[in-house]
Write a protein that binds this ligand. Structure first.
Ligand code: GMT
Length: 379
């Protein structure tokens, strides 16, 4: 099939899922065309099956806001026509489903019918999308999509609660490519990061408020008082500066390493003993899943889709948002004993394997098949 994928090309989870999905589809023989404003960060070399089309938004000083949706929908119309694209898959309702709908309508005027699949990822619903300024447009674009998927049962439920949705929403969870990890390195170069007697704790995110970065540091503060530990903070975002200041205030700067954005998350997770994800809301928690497949247990909040990934008492522990004391206590229970830590590590990887792309890709292909049939009906 010839599929156009629209996503955010940045380090955010939705962009990662869209990119990895596109790569997997291309490996299965589909022709995949990414349409976005920059080449997605996880997209490596382009080939016969993977194409990238950049959306340019010409700057015009008269406009206070440059019209990205307009440029995106025009680029979609051109790309779909030029490459005879058969399906459009947009990740993130805002503004991609909206722009996708406009492209679909413009193409219909030219006698071309293109089915649109919209995948909801979380903040497009739970944070931004439900704002009264956006809600009517988000409701409309979801209802106009031929198939709608959400990345967890929890996100599906929240979407149905918040918006007036006409049709069904299918759940297709986030995934990881287990093959990548089964052949991964054995030398984690742990000694570059910590001494032999130190445990390594990791947090990976885009440092937005929703990730509760101060909680990460306060949990770590309590842990390091009890056992020798280092904290690795991976990512960039608005909360980073405040985090560096808080480390100084807490007197833990020497034990916290800020690494910035990284394309080598797996290498970092390879030498990690525990992952912290105390988010305010999280539709799935791809970062937790990536930790788990690398044998890293997770201490997280008990919100959104996280309980569908991090299993209480098995792969880690979940607590109410902001319950720093309990999160630190649970972390110490795992880190304080070699045998317990090993058991949690084994469990983490076993549970993560359930989300292997080999299990998830057929679910997307099934959705594509059904959407494609609707195309034939409408042709
Ligand atoms: O929160 C992020 O890290 C980025 C965000 C995004 O919009 O790209 O991630 C969302 O989508 C991911 C992929 O489906 C989910 O795993 C994350 O849980 C979700 N983030 C939130 O719901 C806050």
């Amino acid at each position: 099939m010839k599929i156009a994928i629209v996503c955010y090309p940045t380090f955010g989870g939705s962009g990662v899922v869209a990119t990895e999905l596109g790569i997997a589809l291309a490996n299965r023989g589909h022709e995949v065309h990414f349409v976005t404003y920059r080449q997605p960060v996880r997209l490596g070399l382009l080939n016969n099956n993977i194409h990238f089309h950049e959306v340019h938004v010409p700057e015009y000083p008269l406009f206070h806001y440059q019209p990205y949706e307009l440029a995106l929908s025009s680029k979609l119309v051109d790309t779909i026509r030029l490459y005879n694209i058969e399906l459009l898959h947009v990740h993130y309702a805002i503004p991609h489903a909206y722009a996708g709908y406009m492209a679909k309508k413009m193409l219909e005027e030219q006698g071309i019918y293109i089915p649109m699949i919209t995948t909801l990822h979380g903040t497009d619903i739970t944070l931004v999308g439900k704002h009264p300024f956006y809600k009517p447009a988000v409701t409309f674009s979801i209802n106009q999509s031929d198939v709608v998927t959400a990345v967890s049962g929890s996100l599906r439920q929240r979407t149905l609660e918040i918006f007036d949705i006409d049709g069904d929403i299918e759940v297709i969870p986030n995934f990881i490519d287990g093959k990548k990890y089964s052949t991964s390195f054995t030398d984690c170069q742990r000694t570059n990061m910590a001494c032999d007697d130190e445990r390594i704790i990791t947090h990976v995110s885009n440092f937005r408020k929703v990730k509760r970065i101060p909680d990460v540091l306060k949990i770590f503060y309590k842990i390091q008082k009890e056992i020798p530990t280092k904290l690795i903070m991976v990512g960039e975002g608005p909360e980073k500066e405040g985090a560096e200041r808080l480390c100084e205030e807490l007197g833990i700067s020497e034990k916290v390493i800020f690494l910035g954005n990284s394309n080598e998350i797996d290498k970092i997770l390879c030498f990690s003993d525990l992952f912290l994800l105390p988010s305010e809301s999280e539709s799935f928690g791809l970062a937790a899943l990536e930790a788990m497949i690398n044998r890293v247990p997770v201490i997280s909040s008990n919100v959104g889709g996280i309980p569908e990934v991090n299993i209480q008492g098995i792969t880690g522990f979940l607590s109410d948002v902001g319950n720093i004391d309990e999160m630190a206590k649970n972390a110490l229970a795992i880190l304080g004993n070699d045998e317990i830590l090993e058991k949690f590590k084994r469990n983490a990887v076993r549970e993560a394997q359930k989300f292997d792309i080999l299990n998830i890709l057929p679910l997307y292909e099934d959705v594509y098949e059904r959407a494609y049939k609707s195309r034939l009906k409408n042709a």
